[in-house]
Design a protein around this ligand. Structure first.
Ligand code: PEP
Ligand code: MG
Length: 545
């Protein structure tokens, strides 16, 4: 066997921590197992695959129809209309879902069974009209099958006790969550920037991550040894023994630093002048750590992540079950639920089912956050109701993402009152606004007049102020909180909030950056909400001032 050449490189963006492990490329394989039993834990995955394939087939139909419309193919258009009807007809689709669930089988098999049942039924009818119907069903079934077959699957080729580090072109936030649940210990990707949502998730769950990494994906093979330093932003592939010794020392030093930080797990002594420290939460699994941290509350619960992989619009009951866990965990401390910020770089599987959900050319400036919710009022009502029900067990607040005009806040307040009356739950729920669009900064005083608190979301505020995509690795140097316009934006917001005596917090990533702690305190921002893993460093900073 030939020795592999060692090589090193730097990343454009990184999270924290360090790991030395084995490379596993995120392999996308074509699934072509027609008949397969799955265990009960994989049933959800099969349901998701099925719904994803329906969504993909519908998207494909959109494109085909647009093309045929332009070229005036009336007859073919009629066929596509029938396919669309079938792909939206829950009578037979639900039967397939039932089969997956009840028989614990893969989506392909359930689809085969249903198509066979329908064909047998039509065969018995001996009527030429049903011949066409049979053809339509077969063709619609083929469409779904084709999309099932082209789905990507993570194929874990390595079986090793050493930590696995996944490498991919790009990680979707939902991929990070899924892989982390499967015990992966680090990620490296070509795409993605400092405050991309995949990176925020990595930071929240304490996962070492490097993004904006060129070439590594082409050079590395499954099983290669990789050093990933997400404290300093570099990687080293197949290091020599002597290099590895140095990295191991670094690794031990990082771990030592981590254990020293544990000293700050408890609340700071009341003699220390400290802002109120809260956490940003994305996943229910984070609540354990949050409880240990003795924080002042959850300043931002990004509710959309819980449902990123849901293939159906989350029901009232499903949402309530999650929200109430957070409320119970915080034992009376504030839990600030952000209304679902779907869209932009946070698509959900169920999004296709929403009215006006298509992405458009520029999703970050399109149907995202409150804009999408106000176009889909039933989704908004359901979420508010679930939060209201959870509010019976603690102290709950609601914050609205992507606000750019007062009317959006007024509409949410009306929806809140409506839901309170409908459920007969008249708990007072403070309603806040995330200030993350420059227009919202400029009208922060008007927004303060109609809401109860403001929270600055610097991640998006930087992106929209600097016209710099937070996810674009090529813009990693331009996407920066060091641009003087960002401090100006903060100053304007503070001034406007103060003029109305309205509580102002900050929930973007700079809240958890110790380099910003003093600046934010000097500005008079007294509530900081950050990733749980940032709390210790900020406390350390506060106590060494
Ligand atoms: C922000 O934009 O700063 C924020 C807190 O929200 P998100 O990162 O989820 O967009
Ligand atoms: Mg935001």
């Amino acid at each position: 066997m030939t020795e592999k050449e060692p090589c090193q490189g730097r990343a454009g963006a990184w999270s924290q921590g360090m790991v030395i492990g084995r490379v596993q490329k995120l392999n996308y394989t074509h699934q072509n197992t027609p008949h397969q039993h799955v265990d009960a834990t994989q049933v959800c995955e099969q349901l998701e695959r099925f719904d994803m394939s329906i969504n993909a087939a519908l998207e494909e139909l959109d494109k085909e129809q647009a093309y045929l419309c332009q070229n005036q193919h009336a007859e073919s258009l009629h066929v596509l209309d029938i396919h669309r009807m079938l792909l939206q007809d829950n009578d037979w689709l639900n039967d397939i879902r039932d089969k997956i669930e009840k028989q614990c089988i893969n989506a392909e098999w359930a689809l085969f069974q249903k198509i066979n049942e329908l064909l047998t039924f039509f065969n018995q009818l001996q009527n030429s009209h049903f011949k066409n119907k049979k053809l339509d069903i077969e063709q619609a079934g083929d469409r779904i099958l084709r999309h099932l077959a082209s789905q990507i699957h993570v194929k874990t080729v390595l079986s090793t006790k050493e930590p696995l580090i996944f490498i991919a072109q790009n990680f979707h936030p939902a991929d990070v969550i899924q892989l982390w649940r499967k015990h992966m210990k680090g990620i490296v990707s070509k795409q993605g920037g400092t405050n991309s949502h995949a990176m925020i998730i990595a930071r929240s769950i304490g996962l070492p991550a490097l993004m904006g990494v060129d070439h590594l994906i082409d050079m590395a093979s499954d099983g290669d040894l990789l050093v990933l330093n997400a404290e300093l932003g570099y990687w080293s592939l197949n290091p020599s023994e002597s290099e590895l010794d140095v990295y191991r020392q670094e690794f031990n030093a990082t771990n030592l630093e981590q254990s020293r930080l544990q000293h700050y797990i408890h609340r700071l002594p009341s003699t220390t002048k400290s802002p109120s420290l809260m956490v940003n939460v994305e996943l229910i699994e984070e609540l354990e750590l949050v409880k240990e941290l003795e924080v002042d509350g959850i300043g931002l619960f990004r509710t959309e992540f819980i449902f990123a992989n849901a293939s159906q619009i989350p029901t009232l009951e499903q949402q309530y079950r999650y929200y109430v866990q957070a409320v119970r965990a915080m034992q009376g401390k504030d839990v600030t639920f952000r209304l679902m910020d779907i869209g932009g770089d946070k698509p959900t599987l169920f999004q296709r089912l929403l009215h006006r959900a298509p992405k458009g050319m520029n999703p970050l400036m399109g149907m995202r956050g409150i804009r999408l919710l106000l176009e889909n009022m039933p989704l908004l009502y359901t979420q508010i109701k679930a939060i209201l029900m959870a509010a019976k067990e603690g102290s709950v607040r609601i914050v609205i993402p992507m606000v750019h005009r007062c009317e959006e806040v007024i509409a949410v307040r009306e929806a809140l009152v409506l839901c309170q009356n409908e459920l007969n739950i008249h708990i007072d729920i403070p309603l806040g606004v995330v200030i993350e669009i420059p227009a919202a900064v400029m009208i922060a005083d008007q927004l303060a007049d109609i809401c109860d608190f403001l929270s600055i979301g610097t991640n998006d505020l930087i992106q929209y102020t600097l016209a710099t995509d937070r996810n674009n690795e090529y813009m990693a140097n331009s996407y920066t909180d060091q641009h003087p316009a960002i401090l100006e934006m903060l100053k304007i917001t503070v001034k406007k909030a103060k003029s109305k005596n309205t509580e102002l917090s900050i929930c973007g990533e700079i809240a958890g950056d110790p380099a910003w702690t003093q600046i934010l305190m000097d500005l008079g921002i007294t509530h900081l909400s950050m990733s749980p893993h940032s709390i210790l460093r900020v406390r350390q900073r506060l106590s060494t001032k």
